[in-house]
Design a protein around this ligand. Sequence first.
Ligand code: AMP
Length: 390
Amino acid sequence: MVVKLQDLDLSAKRVLIRQDLNVPISDGRIRSDSRILASIPTIKTVLEAGAGVILMSHLGRPVEGQPESAFSLAPVADYLSSALDQNVALVKDYLEVIPVVDPGQVVLLENVRFNLGEKANDETLAKRYASFCDVFVMDAFGTAHRAQASTHGVARFSASACAGPLLTMELDALSRALEKPASPTVAVVGGAKVSTKLNVLETLSQRVDVLVPGGGIANTFIAALGFSVGRSLYEPDLVDAAKKLIENTDSGAAQIALPQDVKVAREFDQGAPALVREISKVQQEDFILDVGPKTAESYAKLMHSAGTVVWNGPVGVFEFENFGAGTRALGQAIAESNAFSLAGGGDTLAAVEQYQLAENISYISTGGGAFLEFLEGKELPAVAVLNRVG
Ligand code: AMP
């Protein structure tokens, strides 16, 4: 069992919280504060329990060992100072001097990715982080699939470690969708390439009733049925893997729902007009860039009859206006459905935002890579380590 924050006595303790404060910043201004807002309740809970708080996070992708002001967490420290109505100092010299916090105080450590050894999960660095605190709280789901010094090593060496409320909430929602799902269960796996999501497709095909491959992934399945995909993105090397998934349906694996019709373009271009074709009628010159109206309608029926829906990846090049209708129809059907719905992954979240679906999706996972690895059934290292310490 993972130890949770509420299981521990935090009074007068020094509590180090790994958060995901990786917000978009340009010209020193925070462009989206949603991750900071999500993190504030955890900070308040720990403060109210009588602890001193040390926060740490990564920001962007600086070159390790080369601090650069563009990747400084200074704007986040300022934001937190106003949001919490108390000074939140940014601490830069924490590799030389141990940061001190009294109960009720909050400090933020400068970007952990400035530190050599962070990504490699260096033991000395992890021990250094661990020395700052009595309790380590892991609350950054989006980084939980990475074993790094600030997500994994620190938990091994700190006196006590636990999962924070945000992490716990993500794990509970994902487990609910995957372990005791209301049936029928439907999984949509869209996006560009089968190769990047083969494990997810294989795992989900053993777990759900209907699997819906979408986008470039569907193109490889269409090729596996023996149809031409013209000039579309598809992966010849993975046609056999797709065939296997289609054939496994006979031995009890998920039914594979493929498009009946598609929208094609003659050029891979933002402004190219969309032409609707049956999947058996795709021409040599065509790029399949979206599903057609019949398929969009069948998606809607499928979603409306589902008990649980897991959604990762668009079913078309939704960045092009003429080829977003399939992803929009799918997303709207998921949002209208009474099913417990779970969406996650970078492009999926962009589509959820673009089509304003967030309010009616049961749970939106903040993790991209972590979400996919959870769907694959992998143990997330930064969560697994919390099972061994406490
Ligand atoms: P992924 O990172 O695998 O989730 O892929 C997301 C990307 O797949 C988006 O940028 C989409 O534009 C792209 N995509 C979706 N459908 C297609 C398609 N039919 N052809 C080419 N790219 C696609």
